[in-house]
Ligand binder design. Structure first.
Ligand code: CAA
Ligand code: NAD
Length: 297
């Protein structure tokens, strides 16, 4: 199973990065969005990111100017934007990176299951929902995996490859090979809540939010403590701003509903409040911190 043409549904925070690394790996990529304006925003981010990566390679002496130009043009030349799902019909692999809402994801896969060729492999980038439920909704559970990339996709080196009891071994192997072609190290995961990383990371972020809510420490001190005390690249509140407060809330609400007795899955009130105020983190310019573009202001 050789994956040459990839569709990515959703060109937001994660989707645009997945489009980019798949194209960098040599695949033809269709980036699908609901509206042209969202598509343009995602494609604009890819242009900036590819240019930045090329510039850094030149600075490090790994590419000369001509090679950097070829890298940028080659990557961008393999990407095509679309707002028409029919363009995904002949993809070898379609990866979903839309809002963290299981019903919306299941409806999308049911539609794609009818529209895409029988061989197309489906993957979800969900942070928290069961891959098996989406696989069943798609009508092709043997050809379904989780491909969980990390934010920012261009820089984070991991991809979790999730299999269910019904995933075909060859499909799983093809998904791992695709992850490697994107420059990522794959780890194999079972279809458990949060897989490996988020089962550990999201409860940790939650504890930091609860600590802030109780007034145990300031947000700056919590972040500094984890950066300097544990060597984490960013503290948990900055990271929540980075991930998106809405996405973090959807993850926790979904888990709380399914596993009401699991103490690690708490929904901090402060998270509900900020989301209701439209403070979704870096993407809206304010979350726990204020942001000016990509940097804290
Ligand atoms: N594309 C290209 N270049 C990028 C980029 C992108 N998307 N993002 C940042 N860069 C560049 C920056 O421009 C910067 O370049 P210069 O050095 O020339 O200025 C360089 O990369 C370093 O970036 P930063 O200055 O912003 O800061 P940094 O050194 O702290 O690195 C980071 C950034 C890699 C994100 C690092 O802070 C980090 O690893 N943070 C933790 C991220 C993390 O934990 N992610 C997982 C989130 S959870 C998840 O994803 C799962 C889920 O389901 C919720
Ligand atoms: P986002 O809100 O930034 O982007 C979602 C995009 O999907 C939006 O641009 C939206 O217009 C588009 N979209 C919604 N429905 C669509 C449809 N039916 N067809 C085409 N496009 C559609 O969200 P995000 O942070 O990129 O998260 C996407 C997925 O990735 C979620 O499942 C999330 O849990 C997961 N994830 C997020 C992170 C993170 O750090 N934010 C990390 C790993 C995984």
């Amino acid at each position: 199973m050789n994956i040459k043409k990839v569709g990515v549904v959703g060109c937001g925070l994660m989707g645009h990065g997945i489009v980019q690394v798949a194209a960098q790996g040599g695949c033809e990529v269709i980036a699908l969005e609901t509206e042209q304006a969202f598509l343009d925003k995602g494609l604009g981010r890819i242009q900036k990111s590819v240019a930045k990566l090329a510039e850094k390679q030149v600075e490090k002496g790994k590419l000369d100017e001509a090679q950097a130009k070829a890298f940028v043009e080659g990557t961008l030349g393999r990407i095509k934007g679309s707002t028409n799902k029919a363009d995904l019909a002949d993809c070898d692999l379609v990866i979903e990176a839309i809002v963290e809402n299981l019903d919306v994801k299941k409806a999308l896969f049911a539609e794609l299951g009818k529209l895409c060729m029988a061989d197309t492999i489906f993957a979800s980038n969900t942070s928290s929902f069961p891959i098996g439920e989406m696989a069943d909704a798609s009508g092709r559970p043997a050809r379904f995996v989780g491909l969980h990339f990390f934010n920012p996709v261009q820089l984070m080196r991991l991809v979790e490859v999730v299999r269910t009891d019904k995933t075909d071994e060859n499909v799983f192997a093809a998904a791992r090979a695709f992850g490697e072609s994107c420059g990522k190290t794959p780890v194999s995961c079972k279809d458990t809540p949060g897989f490996v990383v988020n089962r550990l990371l999201v409860p940790y972020m939650t504890q930091a939010l609860l600590m802030l809510e109780r007034g145990d420490a300031t947000k700056e001190d919590i972040d500094t403590a984890m950066q300097l005390g544990c060597g984490y690249p960013m503290g948990p509140l900055t990271l929540t701003d980075y991930v998106g407060l809405d996405t973090t809330l959807f993850i926790l609400q979904g888990w709380k509903e399914r596993y009401p007795n699991e103490p690690a899955f708490e929904v901090p009130k402060i998270l509900e409040r900020l989301v209701s105020e439209g403070k979704l983190g870096r993407k809206t310019g304010e979350g726990f911190y204020k942001w000016d573009g990509d940097k804290k202001s």
